[in-house]
Ligand binder design. Structure first.
Ligand SMILES: NC(=O)c1ccc[n+]([C@@H]2O[C@H](COP(=O)([O-])OP(=O)(O)OC[C@H]3O[C@@H](n4cnc5c(N)ncnc54)[C@H](OP(=O)(O)O)[C@@H]3O)[C@@H](O)[C@H]2O)c1
Length: 343
C-alpha cells in the first residue's frame, strides 16, 4: 500500500495539482474548507471527508489523528494579497497560526512536514534571493508567511520550508491565476497590461507540485522515502530557471500562440503600487523577487525551460486556430487590469 500523503488545501490551485501528481507514488488525501462537498467530490474524487477548518485547532488535531499520514504538504492558505492586507486577522489565523499549529502536531508524531511559502517574503531589493537571505516582507501576506516560516522551524526543526515562485497554469476551481486571465484575454483579442519591472522565476503548478513531492520523499531520484526530506530540511527555493518580467512572459506567450505582440502592454509595478495607490487596502508588490534555486537543482529538482513549460500549458489548437475547441477553457474572468503578482 502506498504511503499516505496529506495535502492541505487540495482544492486550491497548487493543491489540486499536487493531489493529481501524488497519485503515482502516494496515497494522497486532501483537505479543503469552503468548497462544497459536492464540488470536491465532482472535481477531486476521493477527498470528500477532508472538509476541515485548519484555523480550528481541535478540528486539525482530530483530522491528523484520523488520517495518520506518512507525510504532510501544507498548501492551505488565504492567498489574495489585498484581502490579507485588509483582513490581517484572517490572514494571521490561516497563513501563520494554522501552519505553525499543524507543524507542531506533526512534530509530536514525527510526521515529515513541508510548508509552502513564497517569494513574496522578499522585498525585491537584491534579487536573486538564496535560502540564506533573511525575509524582508513588504505586505501583510508576506509578513505572515515569514512569521509562519520562523514559527514552524521553532516548533519543528526538521520541517521543510519550500519557497515557491509565481505559479502559472489553470486552477480547476476557485480563483483564476494571472496566467489564466492573461491567456483568456489574449485569445479574445484583448490587451493586457503587464508589469515590465515585476521579475519572477515562474514555474507551472505541475512542476512545483513535482518538486514538492520530490522534496517530501518521492525521492529526487526514485521511490518514496520520507527520510529523503532530511536531505533538504530548512529552507528550499523551488524557482524556475528563467528570470523574467511578467511583460516578457506575456510576449513569450503571445509568440507561442502566434498572436500580435501589441496585446501585451508594458506597465510599471512601482508606479501602480506606490505613492497614492499604495493604500491600506492595496498590498505593496515586490519588484524583482527572482529566486536562486541552485540548492534544489543540486538535489535533483529540474524544472524545464519556461518556454517548454508554457508550451505544455497552451494546447496546440490555440496556436493554430483560435476558434478551435480548447481542452481547457479559460473562464470568463479575464480582466484588463494590471496583473497581480502571485502569492
Ligand atoms: N499560486 C501561486 O502563484 C503561489 C506562488 C507562491 C507560493 N504559493 C503558495 O502555495 C500555497 C497554495 O497556493 P494556491 O495558489 O494554491 O492557493 P489557493 O488556490 O488560494 O488555495 C488555497 C487552499 O486553502 C484552503 N483553505 C483556505 N482557508 C482554509 C482554512 N481555514 N482551513 C482549511 N483550508 C483552507 C482552500 O480551501 P477552499 O477553497 O475549499 O476554501 C484552498 O484549498 C500557498 O501556501 C501559497 O502561499 C502559491
Amino acid at each position: 500500500m502506498a504511503p499516505k500523503l496529506l495535502i492541505t488545501g487540495a482544492t486550491g490551485f497548487l493543491g489540486s495539482h499536487l493531489l493529481q501528481a501524488a497519485q503515482k507514488r502516494w496515497h494522497p488525501l486532501g483537505t479543503y474548507h469552503r468548497t462544497t462537498r459536492r464540488n470536491a467530490q465532482l472535481f477531486f474524487g476521493d477527498i470528500d471527508n477532508g472538509r476541515v477548518d485548519l484555523t480550528e485547532f481541535s478540528e486539525t488535531k482530530a483530522m491528523l489523528a484520523d488520517v495518520q499520514p506518512a507525510a504532510v504538504i501544507h498548501t492551505a492558505a488565504i492567498t489574495d494579497l489585498d484581502f490579507c492586507q485588509e483582513n490581517p486577522d484572517d490572514s494571521l489565523r490561516i497563513n501563520m497560526l494554522a501552519a505553525v499549529n499543524l507543524a507542531a502536531l506533526c512534530s509530536d508524531k514525527d510526521i515529515p512536514f513541508v510548508f509552502t511559502s513564497t517569494d513574496l517574503v522578499f522585498d525585491g531589493a537584491k534579487a536573486p534571493y538564496t535560502e540564506d537571505d533573511p525575509p524582508t516582507p513588504i505586505n501583510i501576506f508576506g509578513e505572515h508567511k515569514a512569521m509562519a516560516e520562523e514559527g514552524i522551524l521553532t516548533a519543528y526543526g526538521d520541517a521543510l520550508i519550500c519557497r515557491l515562485p509565481m505559479l502559472i497554469g489553470y486552477a480547476r476551481l476557485g480563483r483564476q491565476s494571472l496566467f489564466h486571465k492573461m491567456t483568456a484575454a489574449f485569445r479574445a483579442g484583448r490587451e493586457v497590461p503587464l508589469f515590465g519591472d515585476g521579475i519572477r522565476t515562474p514555474v507551472t503548478a505541475a512542476v512545483a507540485a513535482h518538486g514538492l513531492l520530490q522534496a517530501a520523499g518521492s525521492g529526487f531520484e526514485d521511490d518514496v522515502n520520507t527520510a529523503e526530506i532530511e536531505r533538504a530540511v530548512g529552507h528550499l527555493h523551488l524557482g524556475g530557471r528563467d528570470s523574467i518580467s511578467l511583460y516578457e512572459m506575456g510576449l513569450l506567450t503571445l509568440q507561442i500562440l502566434g498572436l500580435e505582440d501589441q496585446l501585451a502592454i508594458p506597465v510599471s509595478l512601482l508606479d501602480t503600487y506606490s505613492g497614492q495607490q499604495a493604500t491600506q487596502s492595496l498590498a505593496a508588490r515586490s519588484a524583482n523577487i527572482a529566486l536562486d534555486s541552485s540548492r534544489a537543482y543540486e538535489l535533483g529538482y529540474d524544472p524545464p525551460p519556461l518556454r517548454e513549460q508554457l508550451e505544455s500549458l497552451l494546447p496546440a489548437a490555440w496556436r493554430t486556430q483560435a476558434s478551435a475547441d480548447p481542452q481547457i477553457e479559460p473562464g470568463t474572468g479575464a480582466q484588463s487590469e494590471p496583473d497581480e503578482p502571485s502569492k
